[in-house]
Design a protein around this ligand. Structure first.
Ligand code: EPZ
Length: 421
């Protein structure tokens, strides 16, 4: 295993470039299963989760891969598809369950491992399966696998119990090749859902309403391969905004999406962070003290749960008290005990955290538990006095491309080491 060793206290200065969005790239890669013909994706981040998705596509008969060993372009072409998504791959990345709908749409049958939970929650998928059944799929659970079959999926009028991101993406893919019209109501409005729909429309799908709470998909008989560029990663960008701000630095986050980060930028502005959008990114700096704020995570366009752990580090060093209500996941405070080991003053009660700002955090060995908790520990290490060792950074490598290289380029004292621990 590996760890990151960070000597904190250096204000970050310079330009950090944002990579392509992991959470847009994953469903878009799986959408390659729907296409007749080769497809090329640009601006794909080089991440562990992307490698898992590429492996999954290969197992399903849709060979995919980066076109060179440094670039960010993936080429894929669905051949004779196979119906089985094995547990060994699904258990490493639960988003793999999204292949179920495309396989049913193309083959009329599928055997996809039911994803387990993860550190942040049970993460069931009943919204996905109920909706697919409404479209005519017959789904059974057999030894931990969802076994599905159908004739041709039929368009349906579906209302989600809540705006599920994966559920919306899953059903957009399944409905694209269904017979007739599908309406997804109470749909997720996240930018990554919009990017998927825009990609499928480029391939000949007939989707409208993406980005609103009602998505209308008119099924078509086939989709062609196209070339498409993945949107920038708004959560990676937000993570770097927090890192620059917490160190009292002065950075330019190049490629930072602005419209897709309004809730995050508004909250950071309330804390006294200066954010100046410009034509190809956002300039971020902080000179004065951080101010405590209250924040609740909500579906888009509310404050994103994927930025909750990162903002909490800013709160831990702010003047006064702050509160966090985590409304999306039932167990997304795994970073709190680790931040407390660095001197943060955080009290938890159910889905609520109360944070009392302290003057300084102190470096310590800490343990990553999930992707965004790991990011918050890196941010805390950058701000803390002394040395921080963030262990089990395979969690971090799932969603941040070369994070230590990007941070080192703006002055951070950070290095990756083998971890014998
Ligand atoms: C996506 O997960 C993202 N992952 C998550 O990012 C993100 O936190 C989440 O959306 C919310 O924005 C990807 O896009 C790959 P949901 P997803 O379906 O689709 C519950 C990261 O750090 N739920 O909107 O799984 C679920 O358990 C990751 O990059 C059901 O109960 O999110 C959760 O509590 C973490 N039944 C809530 O709804 C269902 O059928 C939101 O889930 C589906 C979801």
């Amino acid at each position: 295993m590996e760890k990151l060793v960070i000597e904190g206290g250096v204000p970050l200065r310079g330009t950090i470039c944002v990579s392509g969005s992991k959470n847009a790239a994953l469903p878009i890669l799986f959408a390659a299963l729907l296409l007749d013909g080769p497809v090329t994706f640009h601006n794909v981040p080089r991440l562990r989760d992307i490698s898992t998705a590429v492996a999954m596509l290969g197992v399903l008969g849709c060979p995919a891969g980066f076109t060179d060993d440094k670039g960010h372009t993936i080429r894929a072409e669905a051949g004779r598809l196979l119906p089985e998504a094995p547990y060994e791959l699904v258990k490493t990345m639960r988003a793999s369950v999204l292949v179920l709908g495309p396989l049913l749409a193309r083959l009329g049958r599928a055997r996809v491992a039911l994803p387990g939970g993860c550190a942040i929650g049970a993460r069931p998928v009943e919204q996905h399966t109920r909706a697919l059944e409404k479209m005519g799929a017959v789904l059974e659970l057999d030894s931990g696998y969802i076994v599905g079959r159908c004739d041709r999926l039929r368009g349906a009028d579906i209302t989600f119990d809540f705006p599920t991101v994966g559920g919306t993406e899953h059903l957009i893919m399944a409905a694209s090749l269904a017979e007739g019209d599908t309406f997804l109501r109470n749909a997720a409005r996240e930018p990554e859902v919009v990017d998927l729909a825009d990609f499928l429309n480029a391939c000949g799908a007939r989707i409208s309403g993406q980005g609103t709470d009602t998505v209308h998909i008119r099924g078509v008989s086939g989709l062609r391969g196209e070339t498409y560029s993945i949107m920038p990663d708004r959560i990676e960008a937000g993570t770097f905004l927090a890192a620059a701000a917490v160190t009292g630095g002065d950075c330019d986050i190049a490629g930072c999406p602005v419209e897709e980060l309004t809730a995050v930028m508004a909250k950071m502005g309330e804390m006294g962070i200066s954010l100046e959008p410009h034509e190809n990114g956002v300039a971020v700096h902080r000179t004065g003290p951080l101010r405590g704020v209250d924040m609740t995570t909500r579906p888009y366009p509310g404050f994103p749960t994927d930025m909750q752990a990162q903002l909490m580090v800013l709160m831990a060093l702010a003047e006064g008290s702050s509160t966090v209500e985590e409304k999306i996941f039932e167990n997304r405070f795994m970073h709190v005990p680790e931040l407390s080991r660095m001197g943060a003053d955080i009290k938890l009660s159910g889905s609520r955290a109360v944070i009392r700002g302290v003057r300084q955090l102190t470096g310590a060995p800490v343990m990553a538990s999930d992707l965004r908790a790991s990011a918050s520990l890196v941010i805390a290490g950058l701000a803390a006095r002394g040395k921080t060792q963030v262990q089990r950074i395979y969690h971090l490598d799932r969603g941040y491309e070369g994070i230590e290289r990007k941070l080192e380029q703006v002055g951070a004292r950070i290095r990756r080491e083998r971890d014998e621990g």
